[in-house]
Design a binder for this molecule. Structure first.
Ligand SMILES: Nc1nc2c(ncn2[C@@H]2O[C@H](COP(=O)(O)OP(=O)(O)OP(=O)(O)O)[C@@H](O)[C@H]2O)c(=O)[nH]1
Ligand SMILES: [Mg+2]
Length: 294
């Protein structure tokens, strides 16, 4: 019997949803950073085994939105639990069961789908804390399974995968078996650039950043030429992003180019221009242009 289905991964920002998604498919398609609110779109990846196919949906972290971009992100995450076969509710081994988590659990209760509690980052916690966390959560929700994991070192991820397959209904192969994602190359390239900006910039600057690909073409030798805008919210941010003598922008460009080459498996030339668009995170037209609006 062939099994298949959709699995959505939700939770607070920064708990490791994208790290887990990448680990499950064995390829880095979702960007990861140590700053909350890294993921802004629902990202579909596909894992096909001998007798199953699962489509994972990595979602933006659920938080209290402060602008229209945030509202869009939280709506996406919330909508992602509709019509799925299984929900992975990801959290970390904090003894505190916060209001953010409670809010998500309330929503899950209403939709009545099977939910696994996945407690991530056990590598940086101790057994006592982990045990307390598992208890606190199972006191407030009737989870189908409870699995402590580390998406960083892979601990227990095999067990998680087995349990997910076990819970998939009988179903068809939705995508060709060699396909690992339902996203465009262009999208991944913008995300790689944004990831480097998130990594190297500090405080509020990285959160106000968006990336727009102006052109992406391959020449006759197969080399990619990519021009991109890095959009920020303030003139003062522009200065920080460019850095003294262009060092910061140089660094972002260099690291992004390296990952883009690996991802496209081809040579690539990347040029980035920094643009200021005041309050783009609250501007419906700009949000739409940047792919952050339905
Ligand atoms: N120690 C440890 N760190 C982890 C683990 N999983 C993820 N991280 C780190 O946690 C941070 C956040 O990871 P992400 O995968 O971006 O988290 P996310 O839930 O997708 O975050 P948002 O997209 O902002 O909602 C990164 O610095 C990861 O390297 C883990 O199992 N152990
Ligand atoms: Mg993420």
């Amino acid at each position: 019997m062939f099994k298949s289905g959709f699995v959505t991964i939700i939770g607070r920002p920064n708990v490791g949803k994208s790290t887990l998604t990448n680990l499950l498919i064995g390829e880095k398609l979702s960007i990861v950073s140590n700053k909350p609110q890294t993921t802004r779109n629902n990202i579909q990846t596909i894992l096909t085994g001998e007798d199953y196919q699962m489509i994972f949906v990595d979602t933006p972290g659920i938080h209290k939105p402060k602008h229209k971009l945030g509202e869009y992100m939280v709506d996406l995450a919330r909508d992602s639990v509709k019509d799925v076969d299984l929900v992975l509710f990801l959290t970390t081994a904090d003894v505190e069961l916060g209001r953010g988590d409670m809010y998500i659990l309330e929503q899950l209760k209403e939709m009545g789908r099977p939910v696994f509690l996945v407690v991530n980052k056990i590598d940086e916690s101790n057994p006592k804390r982990i045990a307390e966390t598992l208890k606190n959560y199972s006191d407030v929700y009737d989870f189908k399974e409870i699995i402590p994991i580390s998406a960083m070192n892979g601990k227990n991820v095999d067990t998680l995968l087995d349990l997910m397959v076990k819970n998939m209904p009988e179903g068809p192969m939705y995508y060709p078996k060699e396909m690992i994602a339902d996203v465009q190359e262009r999208f991944i390239v913008t995300e790689i650039i944004r990831e480097k900006a998130l990594r190297f910039l500090k405080e509020e600057v990285p959160h106000g950043i968006a990336v727009e690909i102006l052109s992406m073409k391959q020449n006759e030798h197969g080399k990619y030429k990519i021009d991109a805008n890095l959009i920020c919210e303030k003139k003062s941010h522009k200065g920080i992003i460019i850095g003294k003598d262009g060092t910061m922008l140089g660094k972002i460009t260099r690291y992004a180019t390296e990952d883009i080459r690996k991802f496209l498996n081809s040579k690539a030339d990347l040029k980035i221009w920094v643009k200021v668009r005041k309050e783009w995170r609250d501007d419906n037209n700009l949000l739409r242009e940047l792919g952050y609006k339905k």
